[in-house]
Structure formats: structure tokens, C-alpha cells
Design a protein around this ligand. Structure first.
Ligand code: PMP
Length: 409
């Protein structure tokens, strides 16, 4: 029963949400943060602040421990074999750029192929184009159909002996559909290619087990999973990371430096030059503990119940076009749509006036919108803390927009 599942009030854990009756439905852009995350960052600065990884005094060691414990929490969260496989970055974008600059530029040869999909966020597209332009490699796109589906046959046709890298979102940020990354990994490994999984929209909503997936690299952002902004993660298989050159050079990524030579630090610090975002990592640790305390089973069930409610409510309204799959089960909390005759920016502005926050525009996925011939769109994206009342508020406003814009009078 939907209502039973949705009776627990999680908004009380999120001070921004608890202080307003705004329906926050832009969770794919960034989530809100619970008190425990905000407190964890504050606690770091209040009680343990020193530059981690370098000081030899008590406070600096506390800062180092807090930072490295966060790494272990991430390792466990995604079931990586070793904490050395966890690199802290600023966000998904930086994680993907790290792989493109360090791995792709050192392995790609003219004529090699990077296979990606047309539905990628620009952050999982432009780094590969950069790598291709610098090496003479080629970027090949797999198209999805109008429902956002990528078939095994399309994967098999695209991934060939020329493929060296496959880069793919586990869940797309416009269509919200779970992509066949397992199949892509199987096919890529059969031809000796590596797979980079963009987990920005999956890690906050479902378990991501890197060993089960056998992914080579996985990127995600703390701020989309209830953690702080400015902290992200790159997971990479140790054997690959060990062979890769650093991406950013400077302090803390070396073991020694002489006038003309240097030796780089072992993993993971080889990839973490300069002063790190320790408070962000500590906040991410708190976010992971918070998610674990609720559990993906509950979070996924609530998100599914809300998605169903929202989707079916939208389907009953006139003049609303849902982009991608027409089955609610194939939307992981993300519903992108248009309204006949109304610009998405007007939709978002009217929603805002009614206390509903949604996203409008191209969602950093212009090639996908071109492919689907739909231009700008509006997007509602849910998190487990959303409520039936949020969804009803959204639907009520949505149902009024065409009339408010002068249609049907
Ligand atoms: N990939 C996907 C699928 C995303 O949804 C986003 C953020 N919208 C990104 C990459 C980029 O994330 P960030 O801005 O945190 O680097």
C-alpha cells in the first residue's frame, strides 16, 4: 500500500525541507542534505581541522584519520576491493576528466574507438571528444530509441575490436532509465576495452557494486547523494590506476622530489594533488552512514511508489508528453516532459510560483534532445524524502498550467 510506505517523515532529517512546504523535485540536479551531514562538516572544522596527510601533530592526524575513514566508507558503499581504488575528486565531471586525461590520452592511438551513447550528460561526452581530438581516436555514439532503450544488438554492433573505451551512464539524467551496463561491460571486456560507468544518477538511488559489475571505472558525485558539494568519487581498478600517469601535479602526490626528478605517491594519493576537501569527504561519510541507516530497499521502494503516483497522475492530464519510456517502472525517479504549446521555462516559473521546484532546459544533454527532436524540456526528479503531498502539489500545478497560459479558455 503506497500510503503505508510513505508515512515515515524523512523531511524532518533535512533542515531546508523541514523549514518550508516547497515541493523540491530537482533531486537529479542536487539533493538536499540531512542535519547529520551538515553537522559532520561543521564538526570537522570545529574540532579536527588541520591539513590532512602532512602534519605530524595530533590535530593533523585526526584530520587524516577522518579523511581516510571516509575513503573506507566509500569503498564499502560500492564494494571495492581496496580503499586504494577510491580517488576523491570534486564531482563526477572531474572523475570522468581524470580518466580521459590520464587513461585515455595514454592508451589511445589514431583510429581507436571510444563508444558512448547519445543520452550521456555533457560531462560524459566532452572529455571523450577531447581525448579523441588529441589522439586521433574516434567517438562513436549508440543511439537509444524513443523510449530510451538501448538494445543488446546496438551494443554488440558498436563495440568492436577497435573499441578501447566504453563510457556509459548507468541511469541517464533525462530519461531516468536503467541502461544495460552489465552487457556493455561483458562485450567490452571480450574485446579488451575498459568501461567507464557514470553513476551520478544511480549511486544515490540503488546499490552500485563495482565488483559485481566488474566495471573498470565508476564516477559519482557526493552532492547528488545527500553529501556536500565539492566532493566526488572516482573508483578505478587498481591495476589500471597503477599504470596511469597523474592528472594533476603538485603537493601530496609525490613521495620525494629532487631538482630534476620525482617519485609519485602510491594509490590513491597519486591522483589527489594539493590540499584535499577533507570536510567534504567527512560529510560524504555521514551521508553514506545516513543512507545505510535507511537502506536502499526502503529508499528504492519509496521512490518507486512516488514515481508511479506522479507518472500515472501526469498520464491523466491533457497535453502532457512524457519523454522516453511510457512505463513508470522504467523511470528511476526522473520524469522529463513537455506541455503542448508551453515553453519549459514557463512551466518551471509557474511551478516556482506555486512552490514546486523542477528543472527546465536541456539538462546538459543537448545531443539526446536533438536525437529525440524535442528541444528544451521540463524535468521532475524525486528522492526518497519526497512525499505524496509533494507529488500532489506538482500534479495540481501541472494540471492548471495550460489554462493559465491561455489554452482551452
Ligand atoms: N553525469 C550525469 C548522468 C549527471 O546527471 C550529472 C549531473 N547532472 C553529471 C554527470 C555531472 O555531475 P557533476 O555536476 O556533479 O559533476
Amino acid at each position: 500500500m503506497v500510503s503505508d510506505l510513505l508515512t515515515v517523515d524523512y523531511k524532518k532529517d533535512f533542515p531546508l525541507l523541514a523549514a518550508t512546504d516547497v515541493a523540491y523535485l530537482d533531486n537529479s540536479a542536487t539533493s538536499q542534505r540531512p542535519t547529520c551531514v551538515i553537522e559532520a562538516e561543521r564538526d570537522f572544522y570545529l574540532k579536527h581541522n588541520a591539513n590532512p596527510l602532512r602534519g605530524l601533530y595530533q590535530l593533523a592526524m585526526e584530520a587524516t584519520d577522518a579523511y581516510e575513514n571516509a575513503r573506507i566508507a566509500v569503498q564499502k558503499f560500492i564494494n571495492a576491493k581496496s580503499e586504494q581504488e577510491i580517488i576523491f575528486t570534486r564531482n563526477t565531471t572531474e572523475s570522468l576528466n581524470l580518466v580521459a586525461y590520464s587513461y585515455a590520452l595514454s592508451v589511445l592511438q589514431p583510429g581507436d574507438e571510444i563508444v558512448t551513447t547519445i543520452m550521456e550528460h555533457h560531462s560524459n561526452m566532452l572529455p571523450w571528444r577531447m581525448a579523441a581530438a588529441k589522439t586521433g581516436a574516434v567517438v562513436k555514439y549508440i543511439d537509444c530509441d524513443a523510449e530510451g532503450y538501448i538494445s543488446d544488438a546496438a551494443l554488440a554492433e558498436a563495440i568492436t575490436a577497435k573499441t578501447k573505451i566504453v563510457a556509459m551512464a548507468q541511469v541517464g539524467n533525462v530519461l531516468g532509465r536503467l541502461n544495460p551496463v552489465e552487457k556493455a561491460i561483458e562485450l567490452a571486456h571480450a574485446v579488451g576495452a575498459v568501461v567507464v560507468v557514470d553513476a551520478a544518477q544511480s549511486a544515490p538511488h540503488m546499490p552500485v557494486d563495482v565488483q559485481k559489475l566488474d566495471a573498470d571505472f565508476v564516477a559519482f558525485s557526493g552532492h547528488k547523494m545527500f553529501g556536500p558539494m565539492g566532493i566526488g568519487v572516482l573508483y578505478g581498478k587498481k591495476k589500471l590506476l597503477n599504470k596511469m600517469p597523474p592528472y594533476c601535479y603538485g603537493g601530496e602526490m609525490i613521495t620525494w622530489v629532487s631538482r630534476d626528478t620525482q617519485e609519485y605517491a602510491p594509490l590513491p594519493h597519486k591522483f589527489e594533488a594539493g590540499t584535499v576537501n577533507a570536510a567534504g569527504a567527512v560529510g560524504l561519510h555521514a551521508a553514506i552512514d545516513y543512507m545505510n541507516s535507511i537502506g536502499f530497499e526502503v529508499m528504492e521502494a519509496r521512490e518507486a511508489a512516488l514515481t508511479k503516483l506522479c507518472f500515472e497522475g501526469m498520464q491523466k492530464l491533457e497535453g502532457i508528453n512524457i519523454i522516453g519510456s511510457q512505463k513508470w517502472e522504467e523511470h528511476k525517479g526522473i520524469i522529463t516532459f513537455t506541455i503542448d504549446g508551453v515553453h519549459p521555462h514557463d512551466i518551471a516559473a509557474i511551478m516556482d510560483a506555486d512552490g514546486v521546484n523542477i528543472r527546465a532546459g536541456n539538462h546538459c544533454a543537448q545531443p539526446l534532445l536533438d536525437h529525440l527532436h524535442c528541444g528544451a524540456t521540463a524535468r521532475a526528479s524525486l528522492a526518497f524524502y519526497n512525499t505524496e503531498a509533494d507529488v500532489q502539489k506538482f500534479l495540481t500545478c501541472l494540471g492548471s498550467i495550460r489554462e493559465r497560459m491561455g489554452y482551452g479558455r
